[in-house]
Design a protein around this ligand. Structure first.
Ligand SMILES: CC(C)(COP(=O)(O)OP(=O)(O)OC[C@H]1O[C@@H](n2cnc3c(N)ncnc32)[C@H](O)[C@@H]1OP(=O)(O)O)[C@@H](O)C(=O)NCCC(=O)NCCS
Length: 168
C-alpha cells in the first residue's frame, strides 16, 4: 500500500475513483457531508472543487493505493490572515473493502507530515460521536474540544459532532 500526495492533474485523473470511495462511504453509513443516495456524478462534482483547491494552493489531497485507490484524506488551509498556521482535516475515507488494516492511521500520519511541510502548526477536525473515526482520532492523540448536539443530519435523525484539535 502506498500513500501519494496528488497534484491537481493527478487528482483529476482519478476523479472516478475518488467519487467511488466517497459514494461507498456515504452508502455505508458514514456522515461525511452527503446523504444517501449519492450519485457518482454528484460525488465527482465535489472532488472537482477539491481539485480547484489544490490548484489554488488551499488544499492538499493524499490518497492510499493498493492497486486501486482505497483511501483519501485532505487538508483545507485556513486562508484569512490570522489563520495561516491552521488547517482542517477532511474526508478521511477508507473503502469498506480495505478497512481495519491500518490505512487510515497511515493516511493521518502522512497528512500530518504534509501539514508540517506546509508550515502548519495546528490542525482541527470534527466527526460524529460514537463512530469508528472518533476512536481513531483519540488513539492518534487528538484532543477533544467539545460536542455539538445534532450538528449533522443523517438518514435517520442527527449525529452529535465532536470537535478535535491537534497541535503539531
Ligand atoms: C474511519 C475510517 C477512515 C477508518 O479507516 P481504517 O483504515 O479502517 O482505520 P484503521 O485500520 O487505521 O483503524 C481501524 C481499526 O482497525 C484496527 N486495525 C488496524 N490495523 C489492523 C490490522 N492489521 N489488523 C486488525 N485490525 C487492525 C485499528 O486498531 C482500529 O481498531 P479500533 O477501531 O477497534 O480502534 C473508516 O472506517 C471510514 O472510512 N469510515 C467512514 C468515513 C468516516 O467516518 N470518516 C471520518 C470522517 S471524520
Amino acid at each position: 500500500m502506498t500513500i501519494e500526495h496528488l497534484s491537481a492533474d493527478q487528482a483529476r485523473a482519478v476523479l472516478p475513483e475518488l467519487a467511488e470511495v466517497l459514494q461507498d462511504a456515504v452508502h455505508n453509513g458514514a456522515s461525511v457531508s452527503f446523504l444517501p443516495p449519492l450519485k457518482l456524478e454528484e460525488a465527482a462534482r465535489f472532488w472537482e472543487k477539491v481539485v480547484q483547491g489544490i490548484e489554488n494552493g488551499t488544499r492538499v489531497l493524499l490518497v492510499a493505493r493498493e492497486n486501486r485507490l482505497v483511501g483519501t484524506v485532505m487538508l483545507e488551509f485556513a486562508t484569512m490572515p490570522n489563520g495561516l498556521h491552521r488547517a482542517e482535516v477532511q474526508k478521511l475515507l477508507v473503502h469498506t473493502s480495505a478497512r481495519r488494516q491500518g490505512i487510515a492511521q497511515k493516511l493521518m500520519g502522512e497528512m500530518e507530515k504534509a501539514a508540517k511541510e506546509a508550515g502548519k502548526t495546528l490542525l482541527v477536525l470534527d466527526t460524529c460521536r460514537g463512530y469508528e473515526a472518533e476512536r481513531l482520532y483519540r488513539r492518534l492523540g487528538w484532543r477533544e474540544v467539545g460536542v455539538i448536539p445534532k450538528f449533522a443530519k443523517e438518514p435517520e435523525g442527527y449525529c452529535d459532532t465532536v470537535i478535535f484539535y491537534k497541535p503539531l
